[in-house]
Design a protein around this ligand. Structure first.
Ligand code: SF4
Ligand code: SF4
Length: 443
């Protein structure tokens, strides 16, 4: 049986979020492991595609996660509309593993929402799934755990490419490949009228430098016109958010009524955060509920009839509260709201897609076997939560795929929080800095 340390050595981190080291997650004790296959970001499909292509590997990774955490149950939360993927998955699962079909709603992949939908348990504000006996893992993360058990480290990433793409697709790419290498040749160089949102339309960010590398957490690239609603909304700076919010928020509270964390009974009220702008009180600590915002952007892109930006107001407060090391002790928590209100207030994905201007794009991204040819890769030394890795190769060294090139620094005799990093192509190391290792691929 693979150990948690071997999972760290194989470089496995959360592939669907901020890159939390998986071995740390699997060192906790839980009664249930939940696989997050909700993939609720519009137009992204690579997790479902991985399930269809590698169901046994997903089941094997889940089984390993259960053994390491001592969990007796394993559940895969996947949208019920994906009947084909569910059929395939069910054939691969053993009796202690099950599928929980989810409504097609956003943000069903938020782990607080997912744990509620799959287990009917509500994680307290500021808590983690372990607080209610659960560990949540992304599909590609369990896939990587199964690979690690066979001695295969993380060197590749699956990414969906969609939006202004004639035939959207999901594809496998070496980590460190430039983002532009994922685009179809017809979109490179990218026309000046277009831009790319990396990560997903709702929670992703605009990236104008497409030479930046694919990392262990890159999940999608959405190509959009620069004048698209999503691009415009993501371009707001804090001054505009404050100025327009102060002038235009009519306190209708729709943002709060549909906020998924509020529906779970957390004390987060984005309309109150907006009100704090009007009273010039955003520095007061009486809007601390914003610390519990999951940054799903539902309030900013969907709920607000005025097109305002309550999410960024929440985030600004959240950052300030974190910087001031303030913590709301014993926040009010009404988990019974979830049962009572959540079912009637979910945001259907098809309505969200309409509202944010994505309905014209094909909402499919089949996994294709395209070979992404890269002449060099740039591998960041920090692709995870924790400390940056330390190179163990030198400039001029020849490396081969899967070879460790950077490892976790050791402090007090123990490896720091993080996961090791491996060569994603065979070739020659030509540059090492504090932040990256650049390797030219052999031809
Ligand atoms: S982004 Fe908005 S809707 Fe989402 S959790 Fe935060 S406040 Fe709630
Ligand atoms: S939905 Fe918009 S207008 Fe209404 S309270 Fe929230 S931010 Fe203000």
């Amino acid at each position: 049986m693979i150990t948690a340390e071997q999972i760290a050595t194989a470089g496995v981190v959360g592939a669907g979020g901020a890159g939390f080291p998986t071995h740390v997650k699997l060192s906790g004790k839980a009664d249930t492991v939940v696989i997050n296959a909700a993939e609720c970001e519009p137009l992204l499909h690579k997790d479902k595609e991985l399930i269809v292509r590698y169901p046994d590997r997903i089941a094997a990774g889940l089984q390993i996660a259960m053994e390491l955490t001592g969990a007796k149950n394993g559940v895969v939360g996947i949208k019920k509309k994906y009947t084909h993927a569910i059929d395939i998955l069910q054939k691969a699962l053993t009796s202690s593993l099950s599928v929980c079909p989810l409504d097609d709603a956003y943000p069903s992949g938020d782990e607080f929402v997912l744990v509620y939908e799959t287990l009917r348990r509500v994680i307290p504000p500021g808590g983690i799934p372990l607080a209610v006996g659960a560990v949540v893992m992304n599909v590609e993360t369990v896939f990587n755990v199964a690979n690690a058990a066979e001695g295969i480290p993380v060197t590749e990433k699956y990414v969906s490419v969609a939006g202004e793409v004639e035939h959207p697709y999901s594809v496998k790419v070496p980590i460190g490949a430039p983002l532009y290498s994922l685009l179809p040749s017809s979109l490179f160089p990218l026309p000046s009228s277009l831009t790319c949102v990396v990560g997903g339309a709702m929670m992703g960010y605009i990236e104008t430098d497409l030479t930046k590398p694919v990392t262990k957490t890159t999940g999608g690239i959405i190509v959009l016109p620069k004048d698209h609603f999503i691009v415009q909304q993501k371009s707001w700076d804090w001054q505009k958010t404050q100025r327009v919010g102060r002038a235009s928020c009519d306190q209708c509270s729709f943002c709060t009524e549909l906020c998924p964390r509020n529906l779970l009974g957390h004390p987060i009220e984005p309309h109150r955060a907006m009100r704090s702008l009007g009273f010039n009180a955003s520095k007061q600590s009486d809007v601390p509920g914003t610390a519990f915002c999951c940054e799903c952007n539902l309030c900013s892109y969907y709920s607000c009839p005025e097109g305002l930006n309550p999410k960024d107001v929440c985030c600004e407060n959240k950052r300030r509260i974190l910087a001031e090391k303030k913590r709301w002790e014993n926040p009010p928590f009404r988990p019974e709201r979830a049962e009572r209100i959540m079912p009637n207030r979910k945001t259907p994905t098809h309505r969200l897609i309409q509202r944010i201007g994505l309905a014209k794009y094909l909402n499919k991204a089949p996994l294709i076997d395209k070979q992404i040819g890269v002449s060099e890769v740039v591998i960041p030394l920090k692709q995870h939560i924790g400390a940056a890795c330390v190179p163990v190769v030198k400039q001029g060294d020849k490396v081969s795929v899967g070879q460790p090139i950077a490892v976790r620094p050791v402090s007090d005799g123990k490896p720091a929080l993080g996961a090791d990093i491996h060569a994603s192509v065979s070739g020659t190391v030509i540059e090492i800095s504090d932040t990256l290792i650049r390797t030219v691929a052999e031809s």
